[in-house]
Ligand binder design. Structure first.
Ligand code: PMP
Length: 424
């Protein structure tokens, strides 16, 4: 069955916004009620993954209870219903990031798969000549390093890295210097998951474009904390993971400008991505189906649409000011602790704080906070080059979401003080 996305149809826009009532918001997330190690859970690991509101959980249950069928394939009632829900979710995501068309939205497993898709496809599609260069930065997540290294191994292409300064800010002049006629792509994070640095992404894109270079933005830590408008940014690709914006795991999005996606060969072969198959030759479907081989995560992608709708039900400025408050308050309180140093003090920061404490291993901090029901992250955060940059084996990291409270920060500080007193 040939299926075309109902591009003309627009999802109903919700213009009325919910008031930012923290108590009510917390009650949307059932897991926040649970206890861990006999203590009330305090979840401060939102950069790793966020918790899910009940509307998202319910949407998945609803799908499997009432709509489950394979999409784009059957003429029967359930298949059409599932297809409609899946494609409506695509429209919601198109509007969420203001893409020009739903065909520019590819459902994938996450940001990692999205970057791998672009790298593989550009590699297969001969987008690179011998000696070409790809620019990334020193603050990238491994997901935005390794796929490019793998590409460089297959083609005679070099990876160039923009350094960061001691605060964790990108050194813009170095970026400017690295851009040259051999540069074929800039792939850069919007927001660092370890340092919290928010990059001047619009300036980066504009400068790259002035040099005729397309830009992939890793938005995994950005979409949940501010408004993303891909047309305004004018980025060529934008990737993010559903599970970091209150949606299901195993979901994610590749946004790509239609003219680029049209030029790129498929990433994987299989069902749904073809137009016609013979043993001699296969012709491919249009975008985005060309990049969605096989049965996708239908329930998850529908859940992601619901998560986006949930996030959109708030005024984004309320979310931003709430998270900035948490960031500023926690930063101030943490710095009052003797021997504690924050890693990542960029001018423009997101709600992520990495820190180390003199003489105490971050793992001990993480393990002992866990006994108090407080979930933080310790380790290299999939950014080993950053750890090397600061000559650290690991950091402890707290990261905030929409449901965190000042009171939770107070509990964290109290617990940290107790733990450090014990260890010392
Ligand atoms: N980029 C950044 C900046 C991230 O923080 C992450 C996840 N920590 C990723 C990419 C990869 O996301 P995922 O594992 O969901 O594919």
């Amino acid at each position: 069955m040939d299926f075309t996305i109902p591009v003309e149809k627009s999802v109903q826009k919700d213009t009325t916004k919910r008031t930012f009532d923290l108590e009510k918001i917390r009650s949307d997330f059932p897991i926040l009620e649970r206890k861990v190690n006999g203590k009330q859970l305090i979840y401060l690991d939102n950069a790793a993954t966020t918790q899910k509101p009940d509307v998202v959980i319910e949407s998945i249950k609803h799908y499997y209870t009432f709509e489950n069928a394979n999409i784009h394939r059957g003429l029967h009632f359930l298949s059409e219903l599932a297809t409609e829900s899946y494609e409506t979710s695509r429209l919601k995501i198109k509007e969420f990031i203001n893409a020009m068309s739903a065909a520019e939205i590819v459902f994938l497993r996450g940001a990692t798969e999205a970057i791998n898709l672009v790298a593989h496809s550009m590699c297969r599609g001969n987008f690179f000549d011998d000696g070409d260069e790809i620019i990334i930065s020193e603050m990238e997540h491994h997901a935005n390093i390794v796929p490019w290294q793998m590409l460089c191994e297959r083609r005679n292409v070099k990876l160039k890295v923009v350094p960061i300064d001691d605060n964790g800010d990108l050194i813009f002049e170095e970026f400017e210097k690295l851009l040259n006629p051999k540069t074929k792509l800039v792939s850069i994070t919007h927001t660092s998951n370890s340092l919290g640095t928010v990059n001047p992404i619009k300036e980066i894109i504009d400068l790259a474009h002035k040099n005729g270079v397309p830009v992939l933005v890793d938005g995994a830590q950005a979409v949940q904390h501010g408004k993303i408008d891909v047309q305004e940014l004018d980025c060529d690709f934008f990737v993010f993971s559903g599970h970091k914006l209150y949606g299901p795991t195993g979901t994610g999005i590749l946004y790509g400008k239609a003219d680029l996606l049209n030029k790129m060969p498929p990433y994987q072969g299989g069902g749904d991505m073809i137009r016609e198959v013979t043993f001699e030759k296969t012709t491919f479907n249009d975008i985005p189906n060309k990049f969605e081989a096989g049965t996708p995560n239908i329930a998850g992608s529908i859940g992601l649409g619901v998560a986006v709708k949930y996030l959109n039900s708030f005024d984004i400025n309320d979310i931003i000011s709430h998270e900035v408050n948490l960031l500023n308050y926690a930063t101030k309180k943490l710095l009052e602790i003797d021997g504690l140093k924050i890693i990542g003090t960029a001018k423009n920061k997101s709600a992520v704080i990495s820190f180390v404490v003199d003489g105490v291993h971050p793992y001990d901090i993480g393990t002992m906070l866990d006994t108090q029901g407080i979930a933080i992250r310790t380790g290299h955060h999939c950014t080993q080059p950053i750890m090397r940059r600061y000559n650290l084996p690991a950091t402890a990291r707290i990261s905030f979401g929409i449901y965190n409270t000042i009171q939770e920060v107070d509990y964290l500080i109290e617990a940290l003080n107790k733990i450090l007193k014990m260890i010392r």
